[in-house]
Design a binder for this molecule. Structure first.
Ligand code: NAP
Length: 247
């Protein structure tokens, strides 16, 4: 059982590249952590729950385990996710469905199930989306679709929760060095970028955005320019989006 007086952060994808610094930053600021992933995280956290979030039949039991640990959630960070690098014509249907389970259905189910615990303490729901949720990228269409859907969920839920005290923060990271692309589904290898961000900086920026009750955070900040480029020069953008991949 978590301490009834501590602020509680529930974080999915706790064993991964963002999960670990999220846990560190929130712990340093007095939060007790309940973390979810299939594998045990390397850094010790308060409570780890092993769960496969692509298994929709296992989600009610996971919610029950969280509710047994705590009756309030101050911050719910829906962070677990996976990439898929393939064109629409070539991608594997099983991987496409697993991607949507992890990147869209699992966060939606967890958010809906834990809203009563967030409402008790005017908590914050943090969705970890991506710049790929506001920008089409060739050969990442399935991943883009999952994050566009997650953005729509976050932005509409925010409006519906006006007056409840629950705040929504949507994180839109660009490429960040976590090894994420090496764990992705699909057969293509994404092009390298020399401008990747750092997971620690993202976690600190996310904590500041949480404290300031921001609606959205794009990190690294220069990624904010890309949707304008796509909007103003769509043909050029499409050719560049395809052209950067080796065929
Ligand atoms: N890194 C980037 O460049 C980048 C950019 C934009 C957005 N994002 C988004 O940021 C989030 C975190 O990315 P990351 O770089 O930290 O990824 P990561 O290092 O690959 O970590 C992914 C996390 O998700 C968990 N996970 C994967 N499959 C799971 C499953 N079936 N059930 C339960 N947990 C599962 C993994 O834990 P287990 O394997 O132990 O289950 C791990 O803790 C994702 O939503 C990603 O889409 C990442």
């Amino acid at each position: 059982m978590a301490s009834p007086s501590s602020p509680i952060a529930v974080i999915t994808g706790i064993s991964g590249g963002f999960g670990q610094p999220f846990a560190r930053v929130f712990s340093e600021n007095g939060f007790e952590i309940i973390g979810i992933s299939r594998h045990e995280p390397e850094i010790p956290i308060g409570h780890h729950i092993a769960a496969d979030l692509t298994d929709s039949t296992a989600l009610p039991a996971l919610v029950e385990q969280i509710n047994q640990l705590t009756n309030h959630v101050d911050v719910l960070i829906l962070n677990a996710g996976i990439g898929l690098y393939d064109g629409w014509e070539e991608m594997n249907e099983t991987e496409l469905r697993a991607l949507m389970e992890l990147n869209f259905f699992a966060p939606v189910t967890l958010a809906r199930s834990l809203l009563p615990s967030l409402k008790k303490v005017n908590g914050t729901l943090v969705t970890v989306s991506s710049v790929a949720g506001v920008l089409p990228v060739a050969y990442m269409g399935a991943y883009c679709a999952s994050k566009y859907a997650l953005n729509a969920f976050s932005d509409t839920l925010r409006a519906e929760l006006i007056g409840t005290g629950v705040h929504l923060l949507n994180l839109l990271p660009g490429r960040i060095n976590t090894g994420f692309s090496t764990r992705a589904f699909g057969s293509r290898t994404p092009p390298e970028t020399p401008f990747a961000g750092s997971p620690e900086r993202l976690a600190r920026a996310a904590f500041r955005a949480y404290k300031k009750k921001k609606r959205q955070l794009v990190y690294p900040g220069w990624y904010r320019l890309l949707p304008f480029v796509q909007h103003i020069f769509p043909g050029f953008y499409d050719r560049a989006s395809k052209g950067k991949w080796k065929t």
